[in-house]
Design a protein around this ligand. Structure first.
Ligand SMILES: Cc1cc2nc3c(=O)[nH]c(=O)nc-3n(C[C@H](O)[C@H](O)[C@H](O)COP(=O)(O)O)c2cc1C
Length: 209
């Protein structure tokens, strides 16, 4: 009898231990998931579209003219704004167009130049219209704009280029961006003077619809 009781007791202990180790395993699994989620949050540099806004204004500007137009577009349309910043900021020497050896002269003379973007990546989820603005450099879009359009998928998005310049028109720059992007539905773009008025910009936007 004693022997049978001992065997039963041993069996109970074994079952108890097995149940314990089972729950430990699932705790560890949950811990692994949590760690993964928090690691993803920490390493993620993607700016999310928290606003549920469907319009975005993307712009690059060194001396502020394009920024001014971009902000007016955002005011008029209620859009979100994303600034393309160069990883290596452009100095006044860099944008000296009188110097044949300046950074911008070199970049604009090399159609394969792709200056690195320093601003966080943006999630385009939920956006259906993107205004995309830049200054005209040597009659073209700055090469960093090509870096940008080649980095994203614009499927299902209406892309509307705009630029500022001293006097040059938008030229082929909008088409170049469309070609390099390879996705998105690109409208003909529009050139503005640096100090374009809100009325002028509003008239253009109204004419797009
Ligand atoms: C390197 C460089 C090249 C430029 N090339 C032209 C040009 O070909 N035609 C033109 O009308 N303006 C040209 N500009 C003037 C800019 O397009 C104009 O000042 C623009 O509004 C600057 O925009 P931002 O202030 O947003 O940087 C050039 C400016 C720079 C710095």
């Amino acid at each position: 009898m004693k022997k049978i009781l001992l065997i039963l007791l041993t069996l109970c202990m074994m079952i108890g231990l097995a149940a314990c180790s089972g729950s430990n395993t699932s705790d560890e699994a949950a811990g692994t998931d949590n760690e993964k989620a928090s690691t993803e949050e920490q390493t993620s540099e993607v700016e999310g579209n928290d606003s549920e806004n469907s319009t975005l204004v993307v712009y690059f500007s060194v001396t502020g003219n394009t920024r001014g137009v971009a902000e007016k577009i955002a005011d008029i349309t209620g859009a979100d704004v994303y600034e393309i910043k160069a990883a290596e900021e452009y100095t006044s020497e860099d944008i000296d167009y009188d110097n044949s050896d300046s950074r911008t002269t070199h970049e604009q003379n090399d159609s394969s130049a792709r200056p690195e973007i320093g601003s966080d990546t943006i999630s385009l989820e939920g956006y259906t219209t993107i205004y995309i603005g830049y200054p005209i450099w040597w009659g073209q879009e700055p090469r960093i704009m090509d870096t940008f359009v080649e980095s994203y998928d614009f499927d299902g998005i209406t892309m509307i280029p705009f630029c500022t310049s001293g006097s040059s028109d938008i030229g082929q720059s909008g088409q170049n961006l469309a070609d390099n992007a390879g996705s998105g539905s690109w409208l003909e773009g529009k050139r503005f003077a640096g100090g374009a008025s809100e009325d002028e910009i509003r008239t253009w936007i109204d004419g797009l619809q």
